[in-house]
Design a protein around this ligand. Structure first.
Ligand SMILES: Cc1cc2nc3c(=O)[nH]c(=O)nc-3n(C[C@H](O)[C@H](O)[C@H](O)COP(=O)(O)O)c2cc1C
Ligand code: SF4
Length: 491
C-alpha cells in the first residue's frame, strides 16, 4: 500500500474512559432515527468484505458466524459487506442477484438479530461493479487480447502483414515501442489489466447501464427486504460503477456524465427505482465519497452538492467514505488484478499508522462535517454517518457533539474488537482491544483471503468448535469476551 513519505508513527489510545453512567448518558449511546428505522445507539459497523462466501456467492456458515460475532457487541447497526446485485459469477463475493439467495440471507438476518438480542439493526450494501481483468502476460496480450486496429497497424508500419505475424512483430518491439505504438487505453490494459469504464459507450452493456441498473438495484433491494434486512445501503463509493458515474472523471456524453447534473442523474434514478420498489417505510441510503482524492476527481464541493441532491430526493441516511480508486492504484504483478486501495486514494480510504502530519485518525471528519452542515443549512435533517480511523469513545463523542455527524462508523476498530462499543457502554472501556491500524486485515482483503485481525487470529486456537482459515493457521472470528454475560442486564 502507498504510504505518505513522512512516515510519522501514530498510536491509537483509549482516550477518556467513561464510567458506565457517563457512557449511558452519552450521545453515542442515544437513539437516532434513519427515516423509518430506529437505531438504539449511534455506533455503526460499516461494510467490510471478509471473503467468507463461496464461488456461488451464497451465505455460508462462516458468513453467519462472522456477522454474529459483530452482533454480540450490539452496535446500533451493522452493514453487511458489498453484495453483488447481478446474477453472474463474481468469485467469493456475496450476491443478491437472484431469488435463490433470499433463504440464505434470511438465515443471516435472523442469526444477527438474535445474537444482538434484537438491539442491532442490519443493513446490506448493494454493489455493482464493472469487469476488470488480471494484468496479462505481454505475450498473451499481443497474441490474444489486443485488437489490431488499422491505426495501430499504420503506426507500426505493419499494413498488409497477416494478423498472426503482426501480433508477433508487435510483441517483439518491446516495452519502449509499445508505449508509443499502442493507444493509451491498450497500454493501460497491458500494464494494469483491462478495465471497463463507465465512459466506454462503444460497449453496448456499458451504454445500457442507465437503463439496466435502476431495476437491478430495485430487485436486489426487494430481496433484501424479503430476507429481513432493516434497510439497504446503495454503494456509491470507491472504485465501483455508481461512484464512477459520480466521478468528475465521468465524461459520458449521453446525459449521464460531464456536468454535475449529468453525473448524479443515474445515482438518483437508481435511488428512485429502489424507493418505488420498497416503499417509503423501508430504510434506503447510500455510501458515497466525501472526496475522491485523485487527480481530476470529485471534490468536497461536488460531494456536498451530491449529498444535497440525495437528501432532497429522500434518502434516509448518507454514509461517507473517501478515496479507494483504481485511477491511482499500484501496478499489479502479472496474473494479479489491480486493487483500488494501493495508491494515495486507497490510503485516504484506509489510512494506516505510518502517516503524514494529519495522521490516520478521523481523516474523513472535516469533509463529512462540511457535508452535514450544508444539508442542515438547506433545512434537511438527513442523518450522516462518518467513518475513518475512529477508535475510542472520546473521539466518537466529540464528533457527535461538534455536529460533524449523527452516527459514527468504526470498521477496523470493530474488527479488532467487536465488543468495543458494548464494553464502553458497560463502563469497561479499559478492556477495549484497540486497532493498531497496521492494515494486516486490508492486506488479506487485497489477496481475497479470509479477513481476520492480527490481534486475535492466533489466540485460543484450541477452543472447541472454532473455524479456521483455509491454511489452518488462523481462527476466523474473535474469541468471545468473557464480560459479555453482563450485557444481558441491558434493558
Ligand atoms: C477488510 C475490509 C473490507 C472492506 N470492505 C468494504 C466494503 O465492502 N464496502 C465499503 O464501502 N467499504 C469497505 N471497507 C472500508 C471500510 O468500510 C471503512 O470505510 C475503512 O476501513 C475506513 O474506516 P476505519 O478506519 O474505521 O477502518 C473495507 C475495509 C476493510 C478493512
Ligand atoms: S489487522 Fe486488526 S489491528 Fe491491524 S488494522 Fe486490521 S483491525 Fe486493526
Amino acid at each position: 500500500m502507498w504510504k505518505p513519505s513522512e512516515r510519522i508513527k501514530f498510536f491509537p489510545s483509549l482516550g477518556h474512559l467513561p464510567t458506565r453512567q457517563e457512557a449511558q448518558a452519552a450521545q453515542l449511546f442515544s437513539p437516532v432515527q434513519l427515516g423509518p428505522l430506529s437505531l438504539r445507539h449511534r455506533t455503526w459497523v460499516p461494510a467490510m468484505v471478509p471473503w467468507r462466501s463461496n464461488e456461488e456467492g451464497e451465505v455460508t456458515e462462516d458468513v453467519i458466524q462472522w456477522y454474529v460475532r459483530f452482533a454480540q457487541g450490539q452496535p446500533g447497526a451493522i452493514v453487511i459487506e458489498a453484495t453483488g446485485i447481478r446474477n453472474v459469477p463474481s468469485g467469493p463475493l456475496l450476491r443478491i442477484g437472484d431469488d435463490r439467495y433470499v433463504d440464505g440471507l434470511r438465515r443471516l438476518t435472523r442469526a444477527v438479530h438474535e445474537a444482538s438480542g434484537g438491539h442491532t439493526r442490519l443493513l446490506i450494501q448493494l454493489i455493482d461493479f464493472l469487469r476488470i481483468r488480471r494484468r496479462p502476460d505481454p505475450q498473451v496480450f499481443f497474441e490474444r487480447h489486443l485488437a489490431l486496429s488499422p491505426a495501430l497497424l499504420e503506426r507500426a508500419g505493419l499494413q498488409g502483414v497477416s494478423p498472426e505475424a503482426a501480433r508477433q512483430m508487435l510483441f517483439e518491439r518491446g516495452p519502449e515501442q509499445w508505449q508509443t505504438l499502442l493507444d493509451p487505453r491498450d497500454w493501460e490494459s497491458l500494464q494494469y489489466g483491462a478495465r471497463e469504464q463507465v465512459g466506454d459507450l462503444h460497449l453496448p452493456h456499458i451504454r445500457q447501464l442507465p437503463q439496466e441498473l435502476p431495476n437491478l438495484f430495485a430487485q436486489a433491494a426487494l430481496r433484501a427486504r424479503d430476507a429481513g434486512f432493516d434497510g439497504v445501503e446503495l454503494h456509491y463509493a470507491h472504485a465501483y460503477t455508481m461512484a464512477s458515474f459520480l466521478s468528475a472523471t465521468n465524461q459520458r456524453d449521453d446525459g449521464y456524465g460531464g456536468s454535475r447534473e449529468g453525473r448524479v442523474r443515474l445515482p438518483l434514478e437508481v435511488y428512485r427505482g429502489v424507493r418505488a420498489a420498497v416503499g417509503s417505510d423501508y430504510a434506503v441510503g447510500c455510501r458515497f465519497l466525501a472526496e475522491e482524492c485523485i487527480e481530476g476527481g470529485s471534490t468536497l464541493d461536488d460531494s456536498s452538492w451530491y449529498a444535497l441532491q440525495f437528501a432532497q430526493a429522500g434518502m434516509d441516511f448518507l454514509s461517507t467514505s473517501r478515496g479507494g480508486k483504481f485511477d491511482d492504484a499500484k501496478q499489479p504483478s502479472v496474473g494479479q488484478t489491480a486493487y483500488p486501495y494501493t495508491g494515495r486514494s486507497g490510503y485516504e480510504c484506509m489510512p494506516q499508522y505510518l502517516s503524514d502530519a494529519r495522521g490516520p485518525f478521523g481523516r474523513n471528519r472535516e469533509a463529512t462535517a462540511r457535508i452535514r452542515q450544508l444539508i442542515r443549512q438547506a433545512g434537511l435533517q438527513t442523518p450522516v454517518v462518518c467513518t475513518g480511523g475512529v477508535h475510542n469513545f472520546e473521539m466518537a463523542e466529540a464528533m457527535l457533539a461538534a455536529g460533524d455527524c449523527d452516527v459514527v462508523g468504526t470498521a477496523r476498530q470493530s474488527l479488532a474488537d467487536p465488543d468495543w462499543a458494548l464494553k464502553t457502554w458497560l463502563g469497561q472501556a479499559d478492556q477495549v482491544r484497540l486497532c493498531e491500524y497496521t492494515n494486516y486485515c486490508e492486506g488479506l482483503d487485497q489477496k481475497h483471503k479470509q479477513v481476520t485481525c492480527q490481534l486475535w487470529d492466533r489466540e485460543q486456537l484450541d477452543e472447541p468448535g472454532i473455524h479456521f482459515s483455509f491454511d489452518g493457521k488462523r481462527r476466523l472470528i474473535a474469541p468471545a469476551w468473557v464480560g459479555a454475560a453482563q450485557a444481558t442486564e441491558q434493558p
